[in-house]
Write a new protein. Structure first.
Length: 387
């Protein structure tokens, strides 16, 4: 699904209505329609985006309530303002997200996290009376020109927030002929200045939470390889916590998990069989935790009765259950990114290369003290027969 070149997908934290609203608002701000001009009908936009009428109708109502459009009976919806209450925007921020385009040329969905961050950016921009212009990066070679006045934004923005990490030498001043650029959500050492969650402390904090409940056989189920820099830091934090408590780090469990492809439920079942002595599994993402819950249910494994489960990126319900884990305050990260960008616009100087947000532990229904070894005997899935 896509609308005016913007990808749309089913997302955990951002509804289809919110995504359509964000797209229409950014298109209004870019000048697609003039004041007094009639917007396409709900039916037309729904067909164009491959959507039902409901999310488009909901987005129109949000635009009406915000004062952007006026709906006239039997005549349609007309643009009456390009900014809240008709105020002149103070500046425009460019937002960069990475978009994978396979050989077929068809647009693939961007990550759910990027969809959510883009929604928060639109909201924060509105609070600051700013416009948003979005660019979807397809070619990595174009990264160097993202902040250039001859780049994809063509001098229409005063600053850029990039959700996509790429190498960039540390700078003390904004580059000549460029606008300020801030990375959001990436911990890469060479992507600065940036605002991101501290994944190392996330791995440390989550492991400590399990150990403090009495778990000693804690394993980490990593995202499949190749892993991101943030995932590697999450693993390092886990290792530090286990070592600090005098517990053995199961390195084989980490390596094995990285060879299991996304969505490979059979591979995850084999993983649970192989490491059946573990009393707690720490998943590298909520997507992975969701798959583990599904496999456990099919195999008759009770979570947390038989084995506990926690993940990074919690505060969500998976399979009707709230997963225990750690999460980062995305709203705070977006706010800090805007603050950093506004300071760069004002001063032209980089005073801080990296702001790291510590995670929050969110209790759920999947992490509990371990059962006695005798109580756990025989409750996990049977070993696969060989030969």
């Amino acid at each position: 699904m896509e609308l005016y070149g913007h990808p749309i997908s089913q997302a955990r934290k951002t509804t289809l209505t919110e995504q359509v609203y964000d797209i229409l608002l950014t298109e209004i701000q870019r000048g697609r329609w003039r004041i007094g001009e009639r917007l396409p009908s709900i039916a037309e936009l729904a067909e164009q985006g491959g959507l039902t009428r409901a999310p488009v109708a909901g987005a129109f109502e949000m635009l009406r309530q915000a004062g952007y459009i006026e709906q006239k009976s039997r005549r349609g919806s007309f643009l009456i303002a390009t900014s809240p209450l008709g105020q002149k925007p103070t500046w425009t921020v460019g937002v960069v997200a990475h978009l994978h385009m396979p050989a077929t040329g068809e647009m693939e969905p961007i990550s759910q996290n990027h969809i959510y961050l883009m929604h928060l950016i639109v909201q924060e921009a509105a609070r600051r009376n700013s416009f948003v212009e979005t660019h979807y990066l397809v070619n990595e070679a174009a990264c160097e020109k993202l902040d250039g006045k001859d780049g994809p934004f063509g001098g229409r923005v005063q600053g850029v927030i990039s959700l996509h990490p790429f190498p960039r030498p540390p700078l003390h001043d904004v580059r000549p002929g460029c606008v300020p650029l801030v990375f959001l959500g990436t911990e890469r050492n060479r992507s600065v200045p940036s605002v991101a969650g501290n994944s190392w402390y996330g791995g440390y904090r989550l492991t400590m939470s399990a150990v403090e409940l009495g778990h000693r056989q804690v394993i980490l189920c990593s995202n499949p390889a190749p892993i991101s820099y943030g995932q590697s830091q999450f693993i390092e934090g886990h290792r530090e916590a286990m070592t600090e408590k005098g517990l053995e780090v199961n390195e084989l469990a980490i390596r094995d998990s990285q060879t299991t492809a996304w969505g490979d439920l059979t591979g995850l079942r084999d993983y649970l069989v192989r490491y059946k002595d573990a009393t707690c599994i720490l998943a590298g993402s909520h997507e992975l935790a969701s798959d583990l819950l599904q496999v456990a249910k099919l195999a008759g494994i009770d979570i947390p009765g038989h084995v506990s489960l926690a993940c990074i990126g919690a505060a969500v319900r998976l399979g009707g259950r709230r997963v225990s884990g750690i999460t980062f305050r995305s709203e705070e990260a977006v706010k800090r990114a805007f603050d950093m960008l506004e300071e760069l616009i004002r001063t032209g100087e980089v005073h801080c290369h990296r702001q790291m947000l510590n995670p929050l532990f969110r209790p759920g229904e999947t992490l509990a003290p371990p059962r006695d070894a005798q109580d756990r005997k025989g409750i996990l899935v049977e070993e696969k027969q060989t030969g």
